[in-house]
Design a protein around this ligand. Structure first.
Ligand code: FA5
Length: 349
């Protein structure tokens, strides 16, 4: 038979000890330790409860009530100790606050060099009167190739291999499909530019599988290559300085006739082919660097979009933005633009 008085004494003394321990606790760990010791499954209160069935039936209600009171008191003591510690912690944190210290500013981000050059190109061309248009990066084969005179099996497709989403839908390989979309959407005169991302199966020092182009298209009744030259000269001088020279070389694109490739004098060596005694690696000592393809819109392309080739003439150009950014900032490896190294990207703010 258990001793009711002994249980009562134990309940009283565990309450006194718990009060003492919790009022002195200086950490959450110490509070938890006290909880386990007094209120835990094998703690002192649980031991008192375990002894209850051995009591005389007449004594059980009173001892049970005393045990419940002790339990309620222990819970209150635990809550108070936790609240006290939380208050002390908050006070300590605010005690270290110095309102005269400079704030911790978040590191400011900066625009990507490709974005900077794209915005500069767009703003110069918009001032010359071109409207900015955009179109899908996942493009139909017809807009990307066929309407631009590249039927299936045309050899020019080899230079622009890409991912096929279906047999007739591709990741666009250039911004030239925007020529087609713009002409289908409106009657001449047309003067648009189309900046955007394009995709090809390319990868080396000067080629990435994803890159950016800006397309330019002008169509009216009397446009000529001389106008194109004027627009491009003004664009390049704004970008690379007033002494920049322009060179047109004959080339071939299936959707322009005649076609040209446009070089600018090398901004690294000033067009001399070398810097002091050193040969210029950027232009491979030629003094010139290719930045875009261009030409007069092929009459066959006009037929595809329902324009009368007897009435209208037009020219178009497509410029690689990473290439221009490499020249402008003197970057030797195009892949650096896409490695996301903040030490590199932070230099273009
Ligand atoms: C074209 O893409 C034609 N659509 C351009 C054009 C438009 C011609 C309108 C006539 C009329 P090309 O494949 O040469 O042409 O690419 C144009 C420019 O994109 C190149 O001069 C180069 O600067 C850039 N370029 C091409 N491939 C890559 C690549 N993989 N990575 C980075 N830049 C590239």
């Amino acid at each position: 038979m258990a001793d009711a008085q002994a249980i009562r004494d134990e309940l009283a003394s565990l309450a006194i000890e718990a009060r003492d321990a919790l009022s002195k606790a200086t950490s959450e760990d110490e509070v938890e330790e006290a909880r386990v010791r007094y209120l835990g499954r094998k703690g002192r209160l649980a031991q008192c409860m375990a002894a209850m069935p051995g009591l005389d039936a007449s004594e059980r209600p009173a001892v049970g009530q005393a045990a419940n009171q002790a339990k309620a008191e222990l819970n209150t003591l635990l809550d108070e100790a936790k609240q006290r510690l939380a208050r002390e912690k908050a006070k300590a944190a605010s005690a270290g606050f110095d309102p005269t210290m400079p704030g911790r500013a978040p590191a400011p981000g900066s625009l990507h060099p490709v974005t900077l050059v794209m915005e500069e190109l767009c703003s110069v061309l918009q001032r010359l009167g071109f409207d900015v248009v955009s179109g899908p990066e996942i493009e139909t084969d017809w807009h990307n190739f066929e309407a631009l005179n590249m039927p299936p099996d045309h050899p020019a497709r080899d230079m622009q291999d890409t991912l096929y989403v279906t047999d007739s839908v591709v990741l666009r390989t250039h911004t030239s499909p925007l020529q087609i979309r713009s002409m289908l959407a409106t009657e001449p005169p047309v003067a648009v530019i189309a900046p955007g991302r394009v995709f090809r199966r390319d990868s080396d020092l000067t080629h990435t599988p994803m890159f950016h182009q800006i397309e330019g298209l002008l169509v009216d009744t009397a446009s000529s290559l001389a106008d194109l030259r004027g627009v491009l000269s003004s664009l390049c001088r704004q970008l690379f300085g007033p002494d920049t020279k322009l060179r047109f070389r004959p080339s071939f694109f299936p959707f322009t006739e005649p076609s040209v490739e446009v070089d600018i004098s090398c901004s690294i060596c000033g067009g001399h082919g070398g810097v002091g005694q050193d040969p210029c690696r950027t232009c491979k000592e030629s003094g010139w660097i290719e930045i875009l393809g261009a030409g007069m819109v092929d009459p066959e392309v006009f037929r595809h979009v329902g324009y009368d080739p007897e009435r209208y003439t037009g020219w178009a150009f497509g410029l690689g933005i990473e290439r221009v950014a490499m020249l402008k900032y003197g970057i030797g490896d195009i892949r650096m633009y896409f490695e996301n190294d903040l030490r590199f990207l932070g230099q273009f703010a």
